[in-house]
Design a protein around this ligand. Structure first.
Ligand code: PRP
Ligand code: URA
Length: 209
């Protein structure tokens, strides 16, 4: 069973409340999402292994920790996942970025893929899949199916807001993928929107409401 990490840091909670407010502008929404992704990346990388390397400081030689694995790929699910990329890249500047384009069909709520591009050798990379919203879980499950079909084994998922329904589906379909989330909300409404949620994340990020 995968682990679900709910990141209850007060700054994350404070900024998420501002994002939920329907009067928050797209400019502020984007800024807050980036700030939260920076804060979340601290927890998402907490268990990264280190190895000891020998270097010389200006004062003396010594042995110090460095990351053991430095092949990371941040994979946003387009469009809304793009809003989480810059914060993660600030802490992991050497990371590669792959893209998966998925859009939910408004009638069936099923995801439809329209783009897929990964760096070479992605199957050997640690993948951080990012999408602000985990609603039915259809988009996340589909994205991970695609990544696994191309040989990816080491995947973790970062969401801002999740519905209990989406968490359940993810744990059933991909029990090896840990989830990092700022809030697990109450339920999905008839239009498969998260309640209370924050509305359509992609529309709010890009001002397409
Ligand atoms: C939203 C969101 C997720 C998906 C979540 O994207 O960013 O990708 O819906 O819903 P699910 O868990 O029920 O699949 P959307 O399809 O609206 O596309 P967009 O990012 O281009 O707005
Ligand atoms: N996608 C969103 O952007 N918001 C939701 O509440 C559900 C899916």
């Amino acid at each position: 069973m995968s682990e679900v990490h709910v990141l209850g840091h007060p700054l994350i909670a404070h900024k998420l409340t501002q994002m939920r407010d329907k009067n928050t502008s797209s400019a502020d929404f984007r800024r807050l999402l980036k700030e939260i992704s920076l804060l979340m990346s601290y927890e998402v990388t907490r268990d990264f292994e280190t190895k000891t390397v020998a270097i010389e400081t200006p004062v003396c030689p010594g042995e110090f920790p460095r990351l053991k694995n430095d092949f990371f790929t941040i994979v946003p699910i387009l469009r809304a996942g793009l809003g989480l990329v810059d914060g993660l890249l600030e802490l992991l500047p050497e990371a590669h970025v792959g893209h998966i384009g998925l859009a939910r069909d408004e009638r069936t709520h099923e995801p439809v893929e329209y783009y897929y591009k990964m760096p070479p050798g992605v199957e050997n990379s640690l993948i951080i899949l990012v999408d602000p919203m985990l609603a039915t879980g259809g988009s996340a499950v589909d994205a991970i199916n695609n990544l696994k079909a191309r040989g990816c084994k080491n995947i973790r998922m970062v969401n801002l807001v999740a519905a209990p329904e989406g968490i359940k589906v993810m744990q059933e379909q991909h029990p090896d993928v840990d989830i990092y989330v700022a809030s697990i909300d109450e339920y999905l409404n008839d239009a498969a929107y998260i309640v209370p949620g924050l509305g359509d994340a992609g529309d709010r990020i890009f001002g397409t409401i």
